[in-house]
Design a protein around this ligand. Structure first.
Ligand SMILES: *Cc1c(COP(=O)(O)O)cnc(C)c1O
Length: 222
């Protein structure tokens, strides 16, 4: 048993609107994925291409409705595999990466949904666009890519931060999302909030949370 159902209930009670729950299964085996699936989970998050491909069946061979989103930093030499396996890439953080994903998708005649990642906390160790303007410039660029659809923005709040620092990062991201939607009216995803900070993210307008630990328990790293 995972805590998918109880997490979903808490989320529903707090949100009172439709919020997507991405069950982040990194470091947990496929058996845990299937347990959560049995409790109603359909969207899973993985942060490494290799792990995603070895854990999940290929796109056409999954249980009904199961989707996998790539949420971790993507190296350009892994884009090929990533577009084959992922239903959405949520961690796009450079124009060079946009071009590479576009090229691989064009070669397969598929259209990929992407989110642009903002480094909203300014922490050096984190990926994501550093400035609002860089992210918007990338969004403009992606509009010219016929095999990509920019669905919105993803961010990771400051880890272990104080509530005020978390709130400030999420408020900034939410404001930028408003500007993104002026450029891309069909953008409909603001992905922020993890096990420790999703209630604050919801208050700041998130409509997708990515939750691992609260559903699957602590990750045991190899
Ligand atoms: C691991 C991870 C999560 C989930 O984190 P938890 O604290 O376990 O809920 C969410 N988003 C990203 C990008 C992650 O890498």
């Amino acid at each position: 048993m995972t805590d998918y159902r109880s997490t979903e209930e808490k989320l529903k009670a707090a949100a009172q609107r439709s919020v997507t729950l991405v069950a982040v299964s990194k470091f947990h085996p496929y058996e845990a994925v299937m347990e959560a699936y049995g409790e109603g989970a359909r969207v899973f998050g993985e942060n490494r291409v290799q792990e995603m491909c070895s854990k999940f069946p290929p796109k056409g061979e999954r249980p009904e409705g199961m989707k996998v989103f790539l949420i971790g930093q993507l190296q350009r030499n892994k884009v090929k595999k990533a577009v084959e396996w992922a239903d959405r890439i949520e961690s796009v953080d450079s124009i060079a990466l946009i071009d590479k994903i576009e090229a691989e998708c064009a070669a397969r005649s598929i259209v990929m949904d992407i989110l642009l990642e903002l480094n909203s906390s300014g922490e050096e160790s984190k990926s994501g666009f550093r400035s609002d303007d860089d992210l918007l410039e990338a969004a403009q660029h992606a509009l010219g890519c016929s095999h990509l659809r920019v669905r919105g923005i993803m961010t990771i709040g400051p880890l272990g931060g104080y509530d005020e620092a978390i709130r400030s990062a999420f408020t900034r991201t939410s404001a930028l999302y408003g500007r993104l939607r002026e450029i891309i009216p069909y953008a409909d995803v603001l992905s922020m909030g993890m096990s420790a900070d999703w209630p604050i993210a919801l208050e700041c307008g998130s409509d997708e949370v990515r939750i691992g630990t609260a559903i699957f328990g602590e990750r045991v790293k190899a």
